[in-house]
Design a protein around this ligand. Structure first.
Ligand code: BYC
Length: 470
């Protein structure tokens, strides 16, 4: 079904036919716009070259146009419904997907939707000042694209809360605008979303590592027996791909520039030359990767076993798995700490599903490392290159929380960890250096000197296109 843009809230869910729901969402809309004004991008612009969803099918789903950011048409878009869709896993496997929520699963589903919804505005809040220091108009435009779409993903979850969870859902939708990233009194729910994104290296790492957690979590919710959630997540994943592109190619360009400076000047210390040393890139990577691993929850979780068995949350690419999709007899290998050593233990697969998802995520993250090391090699930089730290490094959630584990995977005592920390995580001096490079470059076609230019423009436009006008 196509998207109706004549409505106050663009949608493809026939909102006009449900007056009560329409009115409820129309009364949430001003609160959203107020939140966007207060907590969204701080940089005022005239217009930005943005993509807006116009359909949900495979072909030509979005168009590109100059848009005044506060007038962006946030709306409610679900992927097409498959009337024959069946539940693919858990105790209801083979039954028709649910169009309404069975009473016994209301509170768990509401919790999952609230957690997912909470991350979307959180990221907009974290990124709100980055517009003041973008390295080019191309990058600035990408930032706004990511921000407006995260705003739309909030709409996606708020629609579900309003449409399916009654009064409690409306209250949760309101609360999504009241918690704020980093707030002392009412922080965002998950740890990574209360961290700062103060500079563009952090932004690229965030969109590489943290948005990628989003990809995997949405992938599991896309499997949900609750069909409207599944369809919402399917369409969100389509938008999400660009966010990870921004992260991947952003880090590419930083690494490329660093490699050029290292070779031209035959030094590792590219900071005085206006570049970001490889060691600093590695520390930022260590930080963002480790806080993103925390987003997968504990390695073993009865919550996730229950979500799976009851059909609320599946596995990554559930339908491609070659097992019984019920997992009552399967076992899997999970790390455990035993007598000061990290060992492998066999556990029921059902309680290790967060670990299962995290394993797929880690393999995906590794592709970035391979790519960046290729860029370094092509730039003539020899040496070990970048790498993912050990999964137990710098963790606050799960098995490794409270342990002191080095990026190499050695368990050490607190003093040794503290002594190693400046070599592993960004120091105040590293952050100050990166900060010092953050100067806005807002002339069309120009680009800051700490990163390479992008390979291509957006939607076939040239690099010197005025992606943002003031
Ligand atoms: N911080 O049984 P456990 C995205 C809580 S990113 C704080 O191990 P479970 C995006 C947990 O809630 C994707 N608390 O956890 C990216 C539980 O609390 P209760 C976001 C945490 O339930 C970039 C307790 O600890 N989507 O979309 O198996 C930009 C026991 O934990 C954390 C989702 O996360 C944490 N890191 O799994 C924009 C999907 N981890 O119930 C957007 C929805 C755990 O005992 N969420 N806790 O009070 C879920 O599926 C699950 O809630 C989690 C945790 C995977 C997060």
């Amino acid at each position: 079904m196509s998207i109706d843009y004549t409505e106050r809230i663009p949608n493809n869910v026939n909102l006009a036919e449900d007056r009560r729901l329409q009115r409820a969402l129309e009364s949430w809309q001003p609160a959203f716009l107020h939140w966007w004004g207060e907590m969204g991008p701080t940089l005022p612009t005239h217009d930005v070259y943005l993509r807006t969803a116009v359909a949900v099918g495979r072909e030509g789903w979005a168009n590109f146009a100059r848009v005044k950011v506060p007038e962006y048409r946030w709306g409610i878009f679900l992927a097409e419904r498959d009337p024959d869709r069946q539940i693919a896993f858990g105790q209801h496997k083979g039954e028709p997907a649910w169009q309404q929520i069975p009473g016994e699963h209301r509170s768990s589903l509401q919790r999952l939707i609230v957690v997912q919804g909470d991350t979307e505005p959180a990221s907009v809040e974290q990124q709100r000042r980055l517009g003041l220091t973008a390295p080019s108009l191309y990058d600035l435009r990408n930032l706004f694209q990511v921000n407006v779409e995260e705003g739309r993903h909030l709409w996606a979850m708020v629609y579900l809360l309003h449409a399916y969870f009654g009064r409690a859902g409306r209250d949760e939708a309101e609360a999504l605008l009241l918690r704020n990233s980093g707030s002392e009194d009412s922080p965002r729910i998950l740890g990574a979303f209360n961290e700062e994104t103060p500079d563009w290296l952090s932004f690229f790492m965030f969109t590489y590592f943290t948005d990628r957690d989003g990809k995997y979590q949405l992938g599991t919710l896309k499997e949900s027996a609750f069909d409207p959630l599944s369809r919402t997540c399917e369409f969100m994943l389509k938008e999400e791909a660009h966010h990870m592109f921004v992260g991947t190619t952003g880090v590419d360009r930083v690494v490329e520039r660093t490699a050029v400076l290292m070779r031209e000047h035959d030094t590792d210390d590219v900071a005085p030359l206006g570049g970001i040393p490889l060691a600093v890139i590695q520390k930022y990577l260590n930080f963002h990767y480790s806080v993103s691993l925390d987003l997968f929850g504990g390695e073993t979780s009865t919550n996730v076993a229950n979500y799976f068995t009851s059909g609320l949350k599946g596995r990554w690419q559930e339908e491609r798995r070659r097992d019984d999709h019920v997992l009552t007899r399967e076992v899997t290998t999970v790390e455990q700490i035993d007598g000061g050593r990290i060992v492998a233990a066999e556990l029921p697969a059902l309680i290790a599903l967060n670990h299962d998802l995290r394993t797929a995520y880690i393999a995906d993250c590794q592709t970035g490392i391979t790519r960046w090391n290729r860029i370094l090699a092509a730039g003539g930089v020899t040496g070990p290159g970048l790498r993912l730290p050990h999964v137990g490094f710098n963790r606050k959630v799960g098995l490794f929380a409270g342990c002191h584990i080095t990026p190499d995977g050695q368990i050490v005592d607190a003093a040794a960890w503290e002594a190693g920390r400046p070599a592993w995580l960004p120091t105040p001096a590293d952050k100050a250096h990166v900060e010092s490079l953050m100067r806005p470059v807002y002339e069309p076609g120009k680009i800051a000197a700490w990163l390479a230019p992008p390979r291509n423009g957006i939607n076939g436009q040239p690099l010197d296109y005025s992606y943002v006008r003031f």
